[in-house]
Write a protein that binds this ligand. Structure first.
Ligand SMILES: [Zn+2]
Length: 530
């Protein structure tokens, strides 16, 4: 089977999408998952463009990646400057990545209007920048911006730009459909022309004509060996080529060996994980990985559906880690959930009473708006709580939260918000009453509960909340809007995420918060004292 290199740009192009903003921590977590999925190159960002991306590259050096190499993105040198004096190229080198992606113009009109330089100088910019980076020992991808529009208007010059990059040693010439409006037959034509230069060719397609996945696959059929895209198709305007669709099409439909079977089976999980971290609602109708992708809503007898299964779905959902859903019974397919729990040290026999009770709880929680893909610590607790003899390390008996807006001038700025929480917590055999003030109601609750817990577990001081995300979800019953809160915590060594759902934002926050503390006390403290 032919090889195709997968290049993910979720962390750069994907973050251009309206509504997506990723912290450095988020980006590192996503990079780790992309590596687990088996992506070959992960573009981390544009180090010359903002300090957040520069910080990502510093911290990415301590990621332990087994499959992927990190790439830094930047443009070719400026007109009239030597490559070694160009600040942008300097920032790329400072990112210390094995690969760099240089974006350059491949469109004669853009050279004149945007770069305001000559056609010859643009070629020299490409040649010098690629050669300089090769001289520094980098894997160099040349992203030919607006290539397809350039090829349509002036094919000879567009190919001239590619040739300049190829002659300077670029490892791959990546043809970009930057405006995303190219029709598939034109992509095939241009890829074939680029292939004649003899260097490896790649594709970077945007989705403005809803053709990004089709164009990427057609480019591969025409000889491209490198595909760029993003998880869930995130990206500016209508998005980028969706790798979550590209990958199974390449592997299952075209027989191209881009990932192992085990990696492919994690596609659904990782797609959902990235949407949770990006705080985007997963699309239930997404091909391959959507919750409805293999849902059978037939008003038939179950046995008939089971018999006719293969005639109603284009492939086995398990291959991409999804599952068939038959709406009369949602319990099918939870076996992999049990396998996953086993990996985390919670062993539940799949056919016993315990499994049945857990599945009932999962169903109940889902009906209340819970989703566990991005919150494995809460899921693990759910499983632990369903086991006989589980003793929670603490229990919140009661809480009262007061929020007050002060306007007395002696309290500082007019309109200062004050929050105070009073809690009653049972720890071991004792019941404690504590009170704390905080920046907001959730912070006050957190501080009050910790006050009680720290008396018993002083090392809990190390646990810090690093991220807090709120999303409104429609309750599956359609009766009320539900708030889902995701909290990410760290003890300096590990990070974990927990979730809480309620129509009340304080209760939802509390549920996520108490899961975070409980998980740490059960798992991490347990490990340390063992
Ligand atoms: Zn792009």
């Amino acid at each position: 089977m032919a090889r195709v290199e997968l290049y993910d740009t979720t962390l750069r192009d994907g973050t251009q999408m309206e509504g997506i903003s990723l912290s450095v921590e988020d980006k590192l977590k996503i990079a780790q998952k992309l590596d687990e999925l088996g992506i070959h190159y992960i573009e981390g960002g544009w180090p010359g463009s903002n300090p957040k991306d520069a910080e990502f590259f510093v911290r990415a050096q301590s990621l332990r990646l087994t499959n992927a190499k990190i790439a830094a993105f930047g443009s070719t040198r400026r007109a009239g400057v030597r490559a070694e004096d160009d600040p942008n190229l300097r920032a790329l080198l400072d990112a210390h990545t094995p690969a760099v992606t240089l974006v350059g113009k491949a469109n004669a009109e853009h050279v004149r209007l945007v770069l305001e330089t000559t056609r010859e100088e643009n070629l020299a910019m490409i040649r010098d920048s690629v050669a300089y980076m090769k001289g520094q020992g980098k894997v160099v991808f040349f992203d030919a911006e607006h290539f397809f529009d350039g090829f349509r208007d002036d094919a000879e010059y567009a190919l001239e730009c590619l040739r300049a990059a190829a002659e300077a040693g670029a490892d791959c010439l990546v043809l970009c459909d930057t405006n995303g409006g190219t029709i598939t037959s034109k992509v095939v034509e241009a890829v074939a022309a680029a292939r004649r230069l003899g260097a490896p060719v790649g594709i970077h397609a945007h989705n403005d004509a809803d053709l990004a996945v089709a164009n990427s696959l057609a480019a591969v059929e025409a000889g491209a060996t490198h595909v760029q895209g993003t998880i869930n198709g995130y990206g500016e305007r209508c998005g980028n080529a969706n790798l979550v669709s590209v990958i199974p099409n390449l592997k299952l439909k075209m027989g191209i060996d881009c990932l192992s079977d085990e990696q492919l089976a994690r596609l659904t999980e990782i797609s959902h994980y990235v949407s949770e971290v990006a705080n985007m609602v997963p699309n239930p109708h997404a091909p391959y990985v959507g919750a409805s992708a293999f849902t059978h809503k037939a008003g038939l007898h179950v046995a008939a559906i089971v018999k006719a299964e293969s005639s109603y779905q284009h492939m086995e959902p398990e291959l991409v880690g999804n599952e068939k859903r038959i709406l009369v019974s949602e319990l099918a397919g939870y076996r992999n959930v049990l396998t996953k729990l086993k990996e985390r040290g919670v062993d539940i026999p799949p056919s016993g009473e315990e499994a049945r009770r857990l599945l009932e709880q999962v169903k109940l929680a889902e009906s209340q708006g819970y989703q566990y893909e991005g919150a494995e610590a809460s899921f693990e607790l759910l499983a632990r709580r369903s086991q006989p003899g589980y003793e929670p390390p603490f229990e919140l008996k009661d809480f009262l939260v007061v929020v007050r807006r002060h306007s007395e001038p002696e309290r500082g700025a007019a309109g200062e918000m004050l929050a105070e929480a009073a809690v009653k917590v049972r720890v071991e055999a004792e019941t404690l009453h504590t009170v704390a003030e905080g920046d907001g109601p959730v912070n006050a609750l957190d501080l009050a509960v910790r006050k009680a817990l720290v008396e018993f577990h002083p090392t809990l001081e190390a646990v810090k909340l690093v991220d807090y995300k709120v999303r409104i979800v429609d309750s599956p019953s359609g009766t009320a809007a539900i708030v889902r809160v995701l909290i990410e915590s760290t003890d300096g060594e590990h990070t974990w995420t927990t979730v809480g759902c309620s129509p009340n934002i304080i209760e939802a926050s509390w549920l996520a918060l108490s899961d975070s503390l409980e998980w740490w006390l059960v798992r991490r403290l347990g490990e340390k004292t063992e």
